[in-house]
Design a protein around this ligand. Structure first.
Ligand SMILES: Nc1nc2c(ncn2[C@@H]2O[C@H](COP(=O)(O)OP(=O)(O)OP(=O)(O)O)[C@@H](O)[C@H]2O)c(=O)[nH]1
Ligand SMILES: [Mg+2]
Length: 327
């Protein structure tokens, strides 16, 4: 089962990158192509892929029934993807989502000591050790009658992200927030029977306020999800958060070098965890696969510096790779 999930996780990584910036007919065609690919590779025989297939089919249905707009309407929740991964915030109003967003990205979203300050989605870029991580700040969930469809839009942002961070305020009622957010995840089928293929974890905010420690202990009791406690007042906690966000993406950075030259240590190739030499070769140029002779690896995945490896060698974060190909 674990193996199947890893396979699905990988596959989702590829899907996300294929459809990120597509809309309308292009998106429809790509979705159909992905479904075909799943069937061709017989992945639909694996239980965990069933839900993925249904999700893709639902997306196609939605696209097909959507009446054609005569004029292009600006959708304040549609944010084209950019960077090496995309993370959505997911929480009630006034819990500190925008405050965090401003603290860790290049954006300046309005913050308010009252409810429903943020009305549309905002994107910001978190620069973390040569990676650009896109963070999407959304309005807080409406926990009363949602006449405007805001909750559905928040879910849509989450669905197009690689990871979802539930934001829980440590100065408020923990059970109520947690149960409400879990309910939203289940209602929208982001979580089904307690299982999810979204990378899900919790940011616990306002750790500086009185009583937050007890609330944090309580939160740990009621969930097995990873929790990152933060306070806008503690810089260390914000640094921890950046690291947690990176880890949540489950990606690795691979630096390449040409034979006889120094490695480029600024522009990594970004692969899902478990990526191999094949993935790097494919990214550089398709011809690199057919011309491949061997590779040399320096870094965490190498048994010794400059180890000679083949195409199926599994890489680790911050490895340096040199590919030797036939001329
Ligand atoms: N003490 C303390 N207050 C915080 C912290 N983070 C945010 N706040 C305060 O919480 C209030 C709400 O912050 P926002 O960032 O606007 O909350 P939000 O989740 O974006 O709210 P909506 O946009 O309405 O969904 C503001 O008054 C912030 O100053 C924190 O770590 N500690
Ligand atoms: Mg906000």
């Amino acid at each position: 089962m674990k193996k199947e999930y890893t396979k699905l996780k990988w596959y989702r990584f590829k899907i996300a990158r294929r459809i990120w910036n597509l809309e309308g007919k292009e998106l429809l065609a790509e979705l159909e192509d992905i479904i075909q690919d799943i069937r061709d590779k017989k992945l639909d025989k694996l239980g965990v892929f069933q839900l993925q297939l249904r999700e893709l089919e639902n997306m196609i249905d939605e696209l097909k029934i959507k009446p054609k707009a005569k004029t292009r309407v600006h959708d304040p929740f549609h944010i084209p993807a950019s960077g090496d991964g995309r993370i959505a915030l997911f929480g009630l109003s006034n819990v500190g989502k925008s405050t965090l967003m401003n603290a860790i990205t290049n954006t300046d979203v309005k913050i308010g000591a009252y409810l429903h300050t943020t009305r549309v989605a905002h994107a910001g870029t978190l620069e973390y050790e040569n990676l650009k991580i896109q963070i999407i700040d959304v309005p807080g969930f409406l926990d009363f009658k949602d006449d405007w469809g805001v909750n559905r839009q928040i879910v849509r942002v989450a669905r197009t992200s690689d990871a979802i961070m539930m934001v829980i305020d440590l100065s408020l009622d923990i059970d109520r927030q947690y149960n409400f957010l879990m309910q939203q995840l289940e209602d929208s089928k982001l979580v089904v029977d307690g299982e999810t293929h979204y990378k899900l974890s919790i940011i616990a905010t306002k750790g500086d306020l009185p009583g937050s420690e007890e609330k944090f202990s309580k939160l740990k009791e009621i969930t097995s999800l990873p929790i990152c406690p933060v306070s806008i007042k503690f810089d260390d906690s914000l640094e921890n958060l950046k690291k947690a966000l990176f880890e949540q993406l489950e990606i690795i950075r691979i630096y390449t070098k040409k034979p006889g030259q120094k490695a480029d240590l600024e522009q990594p190739f970004v692969l899902p965890e478990g990526g191999t030499i094949t993935d790097v070769a494919e990214r550089i140029h398709t011809s690199f696969l057919s011309r491949f002779r061997f590779a040399r690896v320096w870094g965490p995945s190498a048994e010794f510096e400059g180890q000679q490896v083949g195409l199926d060698h599994t890489l680790a974060d911050t490895d340096i790779v040199e590919l030797v190909v036939e001329r």
